[in-house]
Design a protein around this ligand. Structure first.
Ligand code: C5P
Length: 234
């Protein structure tokens, strides 16, 4: 089955306070986007990157050589760089519209730059085994409380039912397209939520701690130090 990967990199990185979009901040010698794309290429027949309008050319210049030099697969990956939207959901929609002939779609946040290739392969394998929607997840380790506006605790949530989800999230293409059409404008923070809203099953697969979202300066420091130690396995 042909696999398309949408790498979302159109966020402004406002929380980070950097001068460039977060996906274009470097860790080691490469931007987060390049780290993410290098790994996504392990499964991508087609790759769509959503970029901020101001950085479309820059993103093309960064990603194109990775695609051309990729020796991970025998086939040539088709690359598109498209303008992202105002929200992540709008960006994924723009990415979906740019996909050509693919059966399966993985949606991956550039900010989860170090998600290992094995996670991409696991997601594709789970889809090929018959699931319509699969998302990597790790059990929540903290005890989670509910609280009211005055910060008074109103309850403790049963942690055994809670999962922290990551990307790449994988879908049969037609299911993801239907989910995005019917869920347009709902501001979902991940794609699986749109599939859930259709009442269709979503399957968890084991996530990976390297797939953490690089968001704050502390996350960048952690990523730098793990990279310097040679920790990240492509
Ligand atoms: O802001 P947040 O970290 O939740 O964004 C998750 C991912 O979605 C990031 O990789 C970001 O670049 C991307 N994004 C996007 N278009 C937007 C907002 C976020 O592609 N409008």
């Amino acid at each position: 089955m042909r696999v398309g990967v949408i790498v979302t990199a159109a966020g402004s990185g406002a929380r980070l306070g950097a001068a460039v979009p977060k996906a274009l901040v470097t860790v080691g010698e490469r931007t987060l986007l390049e780290h993410a794309v290098a790994r996504a290429l392990s499964v991508a027949d087609e790759l769509v990157v959503t970029a901020p309008e101001s950085h479309l050319e820059h993103v093309r210049t960064l990603v194109n050589p990775l695609v051309e030099q990729s020796e991970q697969r025998d086939v040539e990956t088709i690359l598109s760089v498209v303008r992202g939207g105002a929200s992540r959901q709008d960006s994924v929609n723009a990415g979906l519209a740019a996909l050509g002939d693919v059966d399966l779609v993985l949606v991956h946040d550039a900010a989860r730059a170090f998600a290992p290739m094995a996670l991409f392969r696991d997601a594709v394998a789970a889809l090929e085994s018959g699931h319509g929607a699969v998302i990597p997840a790790l059990p929540v380790v903290d005890t989670i409380k509910r609280a009211d506006a005055e910060l008074r605790v109103t309850g403790t949530v049963d942690r055994s039912e809670l999962w922290a989800v990551q990307t790449p999230q994988g879908f049969r293409r037609e299911l993801l397209e239907r989910a995005h059409t019917e869920g347009a404008g709902t501001g979902a923070t991940d794609d699986a939520a749109l599939v859930e809203a259709l009442g269709e099953p979503v399957q968890l697969i084991p996530g990976h701690e390297d797939a953490f979202k690089v968001t704050t300066p502390r996350d960048f420091a952690l990523a730098e130090s793990l990279m310097a130690k040679g920790h990240f396995d492509e």
